[in-house]
Design a protein around this ligand. Structure first.
Ligand SMILES: *[C@@H]1O[C@H](CO)[C@@H](O)[C@H](O)[C@H]1NC(C)=O
Ligand SMILES: *[C@@H]1O[C@H](CO)[C@@H](O)[C@H](O)[C@H]1NC(C)=O
Ligand SMILES: *[C@@H]1O[C@H](CO)[C@@H](O)[C@H](O)[C@H]1NC(C)=O
Ligand SMILES: *[C@@H]1O[C@H](CO)[C@@H](O)[C@H](O)[C@H]1NC(C)=O
Ligand SMILES: *[C@@H]1O[C@H](CO)[C@@H](O)[C@H](O)[C@H]1NC(C)=O
Ligand SMILES: *[C@@H]1O[C@H](CO)[C@@H](O)[C@H](O)[C@H]1NC(C)=O
Ligand SMILES: *[C@@H]1O[C@H](CO)[C@@H](O)[C@H](O)[C@H]1NC(C)=O
Ligand SMILES: [Cu+2]
Length: 580
């Protein structure tokens, strides 16, 4: 009897648990222009979804299948969606990066993203068309966890996005940023900071309750300092990685980073309290007069009481995320199989604009999306040459410990993001420490912090490690959108033969359809050559180098004087031909 009962119950339990894990969450997203005025200073066109902006959050549970049907109704721009922080294990073709894992979805076309989520936590999604997401096509992505180790510590969760905000559209801003008229590469400074795509956000809280604030910085450029007046935060998750709870009075969240904190409400409702986001103005070359770098929200205990102005603080002293310990205590990857060094610098090229380089190479997207080069080149896919010089391609073998040494030969702060992985942070230098020198570096932590986006400090370095256990094509790039445009991008081609085995026959037809609609080739090397894969003639390349003997300043002056001479000629011509 007992035997037959368990024979009956066990399969039922398995059936129930497997159906519970296999929920399908479907979103139909019609991407189009709408209008918004989130900072109350200017109404501007924004990229919305189904006529709405802010765009909706994507919410699922660990184990779910997520389907996102995208229709591009923008009319005048191609687009895509990238799901930031999701490993896309076995579905690299769903990573959403134009010219890397797919072609842009041209206006009028549709495209379906289809993937499973096996990782809980706080993520976000955004278009990965060049320079596009600051126009508004970015939102939070939350994966709930039935087995969240911290679930007994809080009562409710609250999603809180942060962002910088521009009054002008990216199309025009990018043109003036990447221009001979901006030889120093000064990035456009945002006009405002936002919480949840607005300002003066009221968050109603109940006395005694503990809230999990899932913070996401969806900004284009600015990192923000964040603090809650008279409330301590306990950090429990960064970038989808649970951490041992650690107290912090202030955190620093770069563009693309996430941080979940527990905040316990006071026991009485006698006052409301401000919380503040403050953009890191060190990032701005020049701070425009009248810029308010701050955005304020309130923990509202009592609607009838005043919402006090935030108190000014003297110094920004944020928690150092390097101190964090992952909840799973994953040990240091201490035997490195393959080390990659990336030296970062900024410089001018012959067109006079300012570019960003890894190892003297600025990223220029290939003619054939890199994933399709992997799929169409057989055994030659392991040869980095075929991906073209300007993709900065590194081919990784499977299941090795990979190290990235990042040397920042630039006085700016940069938040680096790796697709397809979270990495251990082995070391991060203070400002001005120069290049990495293992002989002169503290012992790494035994259980290093892991995340998918890390700040490297001015003229400093950081060292990251991960295991190459996720075949695919993954970008490694600065998440300041201006620096993506100026080329601060490398391509990681991870286990290309395993990618072929996984995906050769399973790329859905809409991938090829959008390429055909956009006229983009899908076979061969970076130049689209199929006969001789070592022949990269015709590949996309960067503007030439400034000739020896010319300084950057000199060439810029030269280009400028040519332009003014041409303008002068045009003016003479115009007057000359003007009928009298
Ligand atoms: C695209 O269309 C939007 C909405 O009409 C408009 O504001 C924007 O300037 C257009 N962009 C370009 C590059 O023409
Ligand atoms: C999503 O992918 C799964 C697994 O490959 C497949 O079974 C399913 O049909 C796909 N769904 C859609 C809507 O494409
Ligand atoms: C912020 O926006 C998200 C959706 O993006 C919403 O779920 C959340 O409730 C909002 N938070 C607050 C405090 O209003
Ligand atoms: C609120 O009251 C509870 C029970 O008396 C106490 O344990 C807790 O420390 C108090 N919380 C605060 C923030 O004062
Ligand atoms: C923004 O907040 C910082 C920190 O409190 C303060 O120093 C600064 O004066 C504030 N700026 C404005 C414009 O309110
Ligand atoms: C990807 O899946 C493989 C096989 O299940 C697993 O061994 C590996 O750890 C996964 N990688 C990541 C980054 O999730
Ligand atoms: C692939 O690589 C092999 C070995 O280097 C070479 O002989 C062959 O010509 C390459 N194939 C193509 C299509 O370029
Ligand atoms: Cu950068």
């Amino acid at each position: 009897m007992a035997l037959s009962l368990s024979n009956f119950l066990l399969p039922l339990a398995l059936l129930l648990s497997s159906t519970a894990r296999c929920a399908t969450v479907t979103y139909d997203f019609d991407v189009g222009w709408t209008y918004a005025n989130p900072d109350g200073q200017r109404t501007r066109p924004v990229m919305g979804i189904n006529g709405q902006w802010p765009i909706p959050p994507i919410v699922a549970t660990k184990g779910d299948q997520v389907i996102v049907n995208v229709k591009n109704s923008l009319g005048n721009e191609s687009t895509s969606l990238h799901f930031h922080g999701l490993y896309m294990n076995g579905t690299s073709h769903m990573d959403g990066v134009i010219a890397v894992t797919q072609c842009g979805i041209p206006p009028g076309s549709s495209f379906t993203y289809n993937f499973t989520v096996d990782q809980p936590g706080t993520y976000w999604y955004h278009t990965h068309e060049r320079g596009q997401y600051p126009d508004g096509l970015r939102g939070p992505l939350i994966i709930h966890d039935p087995e969240d180790p911290h679930q007994d510590l809080y009562d409710e969760e609250i999603v809180l996005t942060l962002s910088d905000w521009y009054h002008d559209l990216m199309h025009g801003l990018l043109a003036s940023f990447m221009s001979v008229a901006n030889p120093s590469g000064a990035e456009p400074v945002p006009q405002a900071a936002l919480f949840n795509d607005t300002q003066d956000l009221a968050v109603r809280v109940e006395p005694g309750k503990t809230y999990l604030f899932r913070m996401v910085n969806m900004g284009a450029f600015a990192a923000q300092y964040v603090w809650f007046e008279e409330h301590t935060m306990r950090i429990v998750e960064v970038d989808g990685v649970y951490t041992e709870p650690m107290e912090a009075d202030m955190i620093y969240l770069t563009a693309a980073q996430r941080c979940s904190v527990l905040v316990t409400a006071k026991n009485d409702t006698s006052a409301n309290f401000a919380f503040v986001g403050s953009m890191d103005q060190d990032l701005f070359d020049a701070v425009p007069d009248g810029l308010n770098p701050n955005v304020t929200g309130w923990l509202v205990y009592d609607d009838s009481k005043e919402k006090p102005a935030p108190k000014l603080i003297d110094a920004f002293e944020p928690f150092d995320d390097f101190e964090l310990v992952p909840y799973d205590q994953e040990e240091l990857l201490d035997r490195v199989d393959h080390s990659i060094t990336l030296d970062l610098k900024m410089d001018n090229l012959a067109d006079g604009a300012n570019y960003a380089f890894f190892n003297d190479i600025t990223y220029v997207h290939p003619k054939v999306p890199t994933l399709y080069t992997v799929l169409s080149t057989g055994p030659n896919a392991t040869n980095p040459i075929i991906y073209g010089e300007n993709t900065n391609a590194f081919v990784l073998a499977q299941n090795q410990v990979i190290e990235i040494i990042l040397n920042n030969d630039d006085p700016g702060k940069h938040p680096f993001h790796l697709h397809g992985h979270a990495f251990q942070v082995i070391t991060r230098s203070p400002d001005d420490a120069g290049f990495y020198d293992p002989a002169n570096t503290p012992e790494p932590p035994s259980t290093p912090m892991r995340r998918d986006t890390i700040l490297v400090r001015p003229n400093g370095h950081t060292v990251l490690r991960f295991r190459s256990d996720n075949p695919g094509v993954w970008l490694f790039h600065c998440h300041i959108e201006w620096h993506v445009a100026s080329g601060l991008v490398a391509t990681i081609v991870e286990s290309p033969l395993a990618v072929q085995a996984q995906l050769m026959d399973s790329i859905p037809s809409d991938h090829w359809d959008v390429c055909a609609a956009a006229g983009v080739p899908t076979q061969g090397n970076a130049a689209g050559n199929v006969g001789d894969l070592a022949d990269l003639r015709g590949a996309n390349v960067a503007p030439g180098r400034i000739p020896d003997g010319f300084t950057a300043r000199g060439i810029v002056a030269l280009v400028f004087s040519c332009i003014s001479a041409l303008v002068g000629l045009a003016v003479i011509g115009w007057y000359g031909f003007k009928p009298v």
